[in-house]
Write a protein that binds this ligand. Structure first.
Ligand code: SF4
Length: 373
């Protein structure tokens, strides 16, 4: 295969990794650029948008992750790009201003550190041979050594390692070769430590991703891990990828469970993204995330509205005098509208909600929770 043929295969196989995109709609973060599927418009963990060249280095995997269509015993077309091939192709696109950064992941070729060396070699070539100073996101391969992780951090703008499940028990149902504590949690903790405030790599952003519904985890467990990743380990973004039935081994819980609605995993993913926003942008704590008796988020209800309905004593919120944190609890009011509202308030008293220029159902929702006396 020539480079473009390999890129077609490997960029297609990188579609399961969302760790540099975001969105709350089913297909929003799975979109690709029109010119080549490896050109990938994304929002970045630190904010802003760009176009990345997004690909795997290889899909020739030695591992057996039962949720993954690339596991070693499946019949897929396998290939591997050479580090020089990736660096050269990237620079050609970059010089034509078609891409502004690289997202590079890989299946496990032989072992974790061998693969990390190939990934780091691409970054080394870009940084030192081609003097590329822009965005590089490198995947940390589960089980990578501390030295390989440190080198990746020294070369990149962002790094990610997919946590996949909240804990060893759920992970054990998905992989016989990878050990959750040793191969996933240890590197994640090291990434968090080395990118912490005042540390050598504090400018490097760390992200991770859960695969939702492949194992038998609950949303409650995912939410607990999210808090740990954000508050204790300084991670910048947590992403969620709904497990898609038919991709994994027939024995895993995600394949066995009967789903009346095939969109259910995507709805669960959507609710988890909403919770993620509530934690990062709205100041919600773990107690504010309401779950049903099974420890899961309600699929039929927005988690912020659910909180508001459970706290009638909090409403109505007085729109002219309430602080930012209180306003952010109002269903229909997001960070941007609250900022606009506070700006308007500096100039004049708000006499009707229409002053905020919000329309339709959202306006009706806000009206039922506020007063502007
Ligand atoms: S390591 Fe696991 S998840 Fe990654 S490509 Fe290989 S089988 Fe898939």
């Amino acid at each position: 295969m020539d480079t473009i043929e390999k890129l077609k295969v490997l960029s297609e196989d990188s579609r399961y990794d969302l760790a540099c995109a975001c969105g709350t709609h089913r297909d929003e973060h799975r979109k690709r650029g029109p010119e080549g599927r490896w050109l990938y418009p994304v929002s970045l963990p630190q904010g802003g948008y760009t176009v990345l060249l997004k690909t795997l280095l290889s899909n020739a995997c030695h591992n057996d992750c039962r949720y993954c269509p690339l596991r070693s015993d499946t019949d897929v077309r396998r290939c591997t790009l050479m580090p020089e091939e990736v660096a050269r192709t990237f620079m050609e696109y970059q010089k034509r201003r078609k891409v502004f950064g690289l997202f590079l992941s890989s299946a496990v070729i032989d072992n974790a550190d061998y693969t990390m060396d190939k990934i780091n070699t691409v970054a080394r070539l870009l940084r030192y041979k081609h003097n590329f100073r822009g965005y590089i996101h490198l995947k940390i391969i589960p089980g990578a050594s501390d030295e390989a992780i440190e080198e990746a951090l020294s070369l990149s703008t962002a790094v990610s390692l997919n946590i996949e499940t909240p804990g060893k028990k759920h992970f054990g149902l998905l992989s016989g070769k990878k050990d959750f504590d040793k191969d996933i949690l240890r590197p994640i903790k090291l990434m968090g430590k080395l990118t912490g405030k005042g540390m050598r790599f504090s400018k490097v952003k760390c992200t991770t991703q859960f695969i939702v519904g492949a194992s038998d985890e609950t949303d409650s467990e995912i939410v607990q891990y999210m808090f740990g990743l954000y508050k204790k380990l300084n991670f910048k973004r947590v992403y969620f990828s709904a497990y898609q039935k038919g991709l994994g081994h027939p024995d895993i819980p995600g394949e066995r469970q009967f789903l009346a609605n095939p969109d259910e995993p995507f709805m669960r993913e959507h609710r988890l993204y909403q919770v993620d926003f509530l934690i990062r942008k709205y100041g919600f704590n773990s107690d504010d995330i309401l779950l049903d008796k099974t420890g899961n988020l309600r699929l039929d209800k927005d988690p912020k509205e659910l909180w508001a309905e459970s706290h009638p004593e909090f409403f109505p919120v007085r729109i002219n005098i309430s602080d930012k944190e209180t306003l952010l609890r109002v269903p229909g009011l997001g960070p941007e509208t609250v900022k606009k509202l506070i700006d308007i308030r500096r100039e004049k008293k708000i006499t009707c909600i229409e002053d905020l220029r919000v329309k339709g159902r959202r306006l009706e929702k806000i009206k039922s929770y506020v007063i502007c006396e």
